[in-house]
Design a protein around this ligand. Structure first.
Ligand code: GRF
Length: 230
């Protein structure tokens, strides 16, 4: 099997990066993580990547006069490492249409909300304030608009009455660490493609659905009650 060469772009903690690196260590995984690139020298994820034997590069955005210069420097490193796919994992820089265009269909991002709800920052606090009962995470193709590209995978968690932004974030993060490697495997194996601005996924899905309600609540549907007296 030819494995795709993947770079992960980070700015901070790097827990999603660690999940991708761990997945990439399995010989059957269709992608290998060849590079971790950070725009922040102090990103904690850099040490984690090094400890895992992954090459790291820092390109400090603050030492460039403009976004284009910063992105050209990143592009040169990605080219040098013969990178085929890019995963953004907590990468906190807006990318220009030029860079996004270079990686169209080959660059994905993870966002801690069920897009298109709660784009941007502070997603967990905003989900709690909105009173949603289901929250989660999304992996999507990167397009010039932030948090807006075609969705590849989503994972949901229930929102509990006593949740704080922190407890909710922890449950969502556990889901992130599951869906990001899954989405990367789909892309790297060619089962997922960006076609005419939409995400095409080869294969069928399990049927079924989830209801998010407290334990013990009767949610039988009218069709379950067919024949029952009105
Ligand atoms: C994650 O919640 C991710 O969804 C968002 O930024 C956070 C990064 O966390 N884009 P980590 O650095 O992967 O731990």
């Amino acid at each position: 099997m030819i494995r795709k060469r993947v770079a992960i772009l980070i700015s901070g903690r790097g827990s999603n990066m660690a999940a991708l690196i761990a997945a990439g260590k399995a010989p059957a995984f269709p992608a290998e993580i060849v590079l971790v690139l950070s725009n922040r020298p102090e990103a904690a994820g850099l040490a984690v990547a090094r400890a895992e034997g992954v090459t790291t590069v820092v390109i400090d955005h603050s030492s460039f006069a403009d976004r284009e210069g910063f992105e050209r420097a990143m592009q040169a490193v990605l080219d040098g490492q013969k990178v085929e796919l890019v995963c953004l994992a907590g990468f906190m820089r807006r990318l220009t249409p030029w860079f996004v265009g270079r990686w169209q269909g080959r660059m994905i991002n993870i966002h801690p909300a069920l897009l298109p709800a709660f784009k941007g920052l502070d997603t967990h606090a905003r989900a709690l304030a909105a009173g949603v009962k289901v929250h989660g995470a999304s992996v999507h193709f990167v397009v010039p608009d932030v948090d807006s590209g075609p969705l590849i995978a989503q994972g949901a968690v229930e929102v509990r009455d006593d949740d704080t932004a922190e407890t909710l974030a922890a449950r969502v993060l556990a889901i992130e660490h599951r869906i990001y490697p899954t989405a990367l495997a789909l892309l790297a194996s060619g089962r997922v493609k960006l076609v005419d601005g939409r995400c095409r996924i080869e294969g069928s899905y399990p049927t079924g659905s989830s209801l998010i309600v407290p334990d013990g609540v009767d949610c039988s549907t009218p069709s379950d009650n067919r024949g029952a007296p009105p």
